[in-house]
Every structure is written in C-alpha cells, then in structure tokens.
Write a protein that binds this ligand. Structure first.
Ligand code: MRU
Length: 349
C-alpha cells in the first residue's frame, strides 16, 4: 500500500493523510499538539471508528508530553491530563472506539501512581503505539475469519469507507475483502457513494484502486435495483458502535442497505473489532447519533447545491436493528444471532 492513514513519527509528529482532500489531492497534515488532533477528528481529516481511537491515543500522548514540561507533580499531572481526556472524548460522539482508546490510556495513568511524570509520558507513548499496532493485527484476524464468508466470484456491496483509511491499516469490511482477494478469490466490490461526505465515492474507490481490487461506484439509490437484479452477492459494512444485543450504528444509509438486503435475500455482514462493541448498552436505541452541520448536505465540495435558506438535516449515523445482521465478523471469530449470547461469549462472559 503506497499510502498510510496515520502514524506517530520518531520526532513525535502525528502525520495523517488528509481525507477531506482525497482522491483529488493526496496530502498529509502534520500535527504537533493535541488540540490539532482534536480538530482533525472533529473536521474529519481522519475518520472511521478505529482510526479515530488511534488518533485520540496519539493526541493524548502529545498532550501528556507538553503537560510534563510544566507539571512535575504526578497528581496535578493526572488531574490536568484527565481534563484533556474529557476534551478529546467530546470530538465525536458515536464511534465508541474513541472512548475505548481514551479509557485505555486513562487506566494506564490510574495504575501509574508512584511513577514520575516523565516515566508516565513514556508509558503513554508506548501504549498509543500498541493501540496502533494491535489495530492492524486485529483487522488481519478479522480478515482471516471473514474471508470464509465470501465465495470466489462474489460481488460485494460496501457502504461508507471501512478500509485502511478508517483504521490504522488494512481495514475492517475492506480488510475482509482484502483477505479474500489474498486467498485468490475473485471478488469485485460495489461501492456506494455515501452522501453527504462521500466516503464511498472518494475513499473506498480510491483505496481499492490503489490495491488493484476491482470496484464499481454506484449512486446510493442504486443498491435496491442491483440487488433485485441479482447483481450483489453479499453486503459488508463496518460499524461505529454495536450494542450488546447486536444493533449496529454505522454511517447514515447503512440501515436502508440492510433492509434492502433482507428483502432481496442478500447476506448482510458487519465487520468490527471488539473495541467497537459497547456492552453497557442494551440496544441501539441508546447509541448517541452524531448530528453534523447542515452545510455538508447543502454543499458538495464547497459548492452550494440547494436553495439558500432551505432547512437540512444531517444525521451522520443510523442504527441497523440486529434482525437485519446476518453475522458480525470480529477478531475472535464470526458471531451469529442471538447476538446477546454470542457477543457476551466473545468477551468471555
Ligand atoms: O463519519 P465517518 O466517516 O467517521 O463514519 C465512518 C463509518 O461509518 C465507518 O463505516 C465505521 O467507522 C467503520 S470503520 C472501520
């Protein structure tokens, strides 16, 4: 893969591919403080649940490093650092990986009582790099399990971008596709455009073309026709949060695709790491759904397309009830309904 999504350099710069500009411009931003990382998450320079989690971890490392230059007392450091953790958590509400990564760093600090501030900063750096590295490994494991669900010759619809660009690398839904291709299966992908941010049209098509995986772009409203014509063999999407009953929050429009898939007997799969599961929630009704600025709907690439003054709604995610989900592919194996039981088992409960 000729690109990378994000990384922490030896000299402590967080570099990210600017996903707002892809595919027309391939450029990277260099971030040197946590506020810029927060802005990058909020403004979607980086996006996708796992990538947001890794970004937050890197951002918190930058915060801890700069804090250590003025605060030497461990308790004072902890209290200031936790305020920054709360700030980072507020960047985007739906993807639970953000809170998951922040909690991982926080628990390290809680266990770090007795260490010097400098030692703690070193530990936070190491932990953020571990979160990064583990994410790629988890995605590869998901690929091993999920690839078995895709037969040679399958035409697979995906929504949004759940690829290398949405993770530390390899991808969740696109990771499963990559793994099937690596197993010599001839897979072709149908990517819907995913209005309004166009993650499908801009990002999924680009990253698959970079890897020479056949991809065809369709308008969002074409999925039903293609399924009815028998031109789609399976759907695979990622997730931003999965409740303990298997209800799935993912990019707005996922629910429509899932309902169409059921109606047309097309299997609908979700690929997501265990860090995307929120066992504190009974059902998807409790998942906070981000509402973004209406400007994303009334403009396309900065050009106004709707009348001035028109009202617009911009929910960024929707909830797909578990009855539409054929299987959830995780790094621990493929989970099947009833999800209350299979998800709990995946956590060893
Ligand atoms: O608003 P985004 O682009 O962050 O939304 C991303 C998605 O909905 C992805 O499908 C999801 O995060 C899974 S990423 C592996």
């Amino acid at each position: 893969m000729a690109f990378f999504t994000l990384r922490l350099t030896e000299s402590d710069v967080v570099e990210m591919i600017d996903q707002r500009k892809l595919p027309l411009e391939v450029s990277y931003v260099e971030l040197t403080n946590y506020k810029d990382v927060y802005d990058a998450i909020k403004n979607m320079i980086v996006r996708g649940a796992p990538a947001i989690g890794v970004s937050a971890a890197f951002g918190l490392y930058l915060a801890s490093k700069s804090l250590s230059q003025s605060v030497r007392d461990f308790d004072a450091f902890k209290s200031e650092f936790f305020k920054i953790c709360d700030f980072m958590f507020s960047a985007r509400p739906t993807a639970v990986n953000l809170g998951w990564a922040i909690e991982r760093i926080k628990s390290l600090v809680i266990k770090g009582n007795g260490k010097t501030v400098n030692e703690m900063v070193k530990d936070i750096r190491a932990e953020s790099l571990r979160i990064f590295k583990e994410d790629v490994e988890i995605n590869k494991n998901m690929g091993i399990y999920g690839a078995k669900l895709l037969k040679d010759g399958f035409r697979v619809l995906t929504h949004c971008n759940a690829g290398a660009l949405a993770t530390a690398g390899y991808g969740t839904a696109l990771g499963v596709i990559r793994a099937a291709v690596e197993n010599n299966k001839r897979i072709s992908v149908i990517s819907d455009e995913t209005r309004p941010f166009l993650q499908g049209a801009r990002l999924t098509t680009w990253e698959l073309m970079e890897d020479n995986i056949p991809v065809t772009l369709i308008a969002d409203n074409s999925a039903g026709l293609l399924m009815r014509k028998g031109k789609i063999d399976a759907v695979i999407v990622g997730a931003d949060r999965i409740a303990s009953n298997g209800d799935v929050a993912n990019k707005i429009g996922t629910y429509q695709v899932a309902v169409l898939a059921k109606e047309n007997n097309v299997p609908f799969y979700v690929a997501a790491p265990l860090s995307t599961m929120d066992l504190t929630l009974e059902s998807g009704d409790e998942i906070p759904v981000e509402e973004r600025d209406a400007s994303e709907v009334v403009n396309v690439f900065g050009k106004r397309i709707a009348p001035n003054g028109v009202k617009a709604l911009n929910y960024a995610f929707d909830i797909t009830p578990n009855k539409y989900v054929g299987a959830i592919i995780t790094e621990k194996g493929v989970l099947y309904p009833p999800y209350k039981k299979s998800i709990a088992e995946a956590f060893g409960k």
